[in-house]
Ligand binder design. Structure first.
Ligand SMILES: [Zn+2]
Length: 282
């Protein structure tokens, strides 16, 4: 008994010391992944009905570089696109970024209320030299355009991208970009439902009205540009930024002249886009 009463407090002391020292270590270890923990088990047997694609836009570009250089830039630098269409006689479509991931092709951008188009778009780069030294523009080959149409149709159908959201880099970043340039055949694509276009007879009708009665005010044009999706200043003046937006609009819808000036034909096209029926006049 005597011996036992002497030994027991020592045991208790060791016992208490053990928990005082060890317990905090045990608790701290709870924050890390125990090496013996079972792997995360997720049951994939159920699928929800309420969902849709995060892709809202398709953005077209040219690369201003030949095929080998375009591949190098788009695969090795901090710029990329989901697809690259080369310029060989039989062009290749490379997929460089999975559609579920964000490619870095749009930069600072806006289309309607959407900013940061990288997050909501699929980017397609087409190998093309863009503006040439003599003032002309490098042409796209027929083979490239046919592939562009097939690819855009496939993406638009799968992600339900609407025609007005199939755009060029210059449409979404008119202060910085001019691609895919005036040679990109927007009208041809739109005729196949792959983009937005206007009733040409109605645009001509509006243009004649503007010629006879005078042009809309600058503020009206700026308002129409904004309502057509463009990030336009609302300054009431044809400032440099507004000229850039007008030039981007013209490259897309009237590539024959893209001087950034307001004229009756440009105003007529804008109005025909916004008011496709004459009775819905402004
Ligand atoms: Zn671009």
């Amino acid at each position: 008994m005597h011996k036992k009463t002497l030994v027991l407090p020592t045991h208790r002391l060791i016992y208490r010391l053990f928990w005082l020292l060890i317990l905090p270590l045990v608790l701290a270890a709870c924050g890390s992944v125990p090496t013996t923990a079972p792997s995360l088990q997720i049951d994939h047997s159920l699928t929800a009905q309420g969902k849709n694609s995060r892709v809202r836009h398709i953005v077209l570009h040219y690369t201003v570089a030949d095929t080998p250089r375009s591949i190098k830039i788009l695969t090795e630098q901090n710029v990329s696109s989901h697809y690259l269409i080369t310029d060989e006689q039989l062009p290749t479509i490379y997929q460089l970024v999975d559609e579920s991931e964000r490619a870095w092709h749009a930069g600072v951008s806006q289309w309607y209320e959407h900013t940061d188009l990288n997050t909501s778009s699929i980017g397609i780069e087409i190998v093309n030299a863009g503006p040439l030294d003599d003032g002309s523009w490098a042409p796209y080959s027929r083979e490239q355009i046919e592939l562009v149409k097939q690819l855009v149709r496939d993406i638009a159908e799968r992600h339900r991208v609407t025609p007005s959201n199939i755009v060029g880099h210059s449409d979404i970043a008119p202060q910085r970009k001019i691609d895919p340039g005036p040679h990109f055949p927007w009208r041809e694509l739109a005729q196949e439902g792959l983009g937005r276009w206007y009733d040409e007879a109605l645009a001509q009708h509006y243009a004649q009205e503007f010629q006879q009665r005078g042009l809309p005010s600058v503020l009206t044009i700026q308002d129409w540009l904004q309502r057509a999706g463009y990030a336009s200043p609302q300054s009431g003046r044809v400032d440099e930024e507004t000229k850039n937006v007008l030039a981007a609009f013209q490259m897309h819808y009237r590539p024959g002249r893209y001087d950034g000036q307001i004229d009756a034909q440009t105003a007529g096209i804008l109005k025909a886009l916004l008011y496709p029926k004459p009775s819905q006049d402004s």
